[in-house]
Design a protein around this ligand. Sequence first.
Ligand SMILES: NC(=O)c1ccc[n+]([C@@H]2O[C@H](COP(=O)([O-])OP(=O)(O)OC[C@H]3O[C@@H](n4cnc5c(N)ncnc54)[C@H](O)[C@@H]3O)[C@@H](O)[C@H]2O)c1
Length: 320
Amino acid sequence: MTKILVTGGAGYIGSVVVDMLVSNDIGEVFIVDNLSTGHKEAVNKKAKFFEADLTDSEALKIIFNEVKPEIVMHFAGLSQVGESNKEPEKYHRNNVFGGECLLKAMVANGCKKIVFSSSAAVYGEPMEIPISEMHALKPISVYGETKVLFEEMLDNFDSVHGLKSICLRYFNAGGSSENGQFGEMHEPESHLIPNVLKAAKNGSEFKLFGDNYETKDGTCVRDYIHVVDLAKAHLLAAKYLLSGGQSDTINLGTGKGFSVKEIVEICKDVTGKNFNIKIEDRRAGDPAVLVASNEKAGKLFQWKPEKSIKEIVESAWGMG
Ligand SMILES: NC(=O)c1ccc[n+]([C@@H]2O[C@H](COP(=O)([O-])OP(=O)(O)OC[C@H]3O[C@@H](n4cnc5c(N)ncnc54)[C@H](O)[C@@H]3O)[C@@H](O)[C@H]2O)c1
């Protein structure tokens, strides 16, 4: 069986991918996670868990020697946009230096395939919608910058060491795993759907940041992608690399945009709950519209998102 090392496998998206790999007997799965934002209880028990930090090269050396993975899926990272702008050094150390330590450990152990969790944050304020992979990279947050820097590092490691990578630029992930066991548990939670559902559950006020954008109803428009569709794309990306595929960069989104107000209405409909909305000022660094072109993923992997926005909200509500 293929040995797959998953960094950040105790986090939201990583735990769903680990569960899919293990449940479908796709490989022997090993996890490296420092539990800084992840949850040990979210890890499928059939995967072997190593509690370690990616910036700890000695720990990585021991893990790589023991596991000898054929491929790495790299989810580990800090991803709070606001925090990244306040504490840039923390983000550079974790996401860039930590990534560098990982790549060095891979090369030292002859592991030359990696699937990386990049982000739509690499594009910044988009110049055209839908956003294709050819769009200029102009991140407007330190978080987005760290993703661009690591993508560049991957390019360099390919040129020098022949390390092949697929960078998956996710748009907004949502929903839970197919068995409903693994879902979003960020603390603090900055993502829209869990925050709207929290207001529905507690009958509390929902804070909506900005209703004067140039969009259909004045609120921000985003492309929401079900975590199960994301997970399937990871399996296809890994298969592509394991069968000799070249390095590439792929958007993962549905190509459809929903405004904050539309999401609120869908959440009210799914939960049957009502709650108050308080309009607040815009948050710095929130582009008006982010919608992916997902043509390339279709062409390269025959990947197509299958789940609707309603299914995303329903499965996230099932978690609550
Ligand atoms: N959730 C989204 O909508 C979204 C969108 C775009 C990109 N991404 C990217 O996808 C990846 C996974 O996101 P998520 O939402 O599952 O986040 P998450 O915070 O739930 O998971 C990240 C995991 O990585 C671990 N980790 C962080 N730094 C580490 C380090 N130095 N060493 C070892 N483990 C470490 C954490 O403990 C956690 O388990 C991240 O890289 C994120 O930037 C997520």
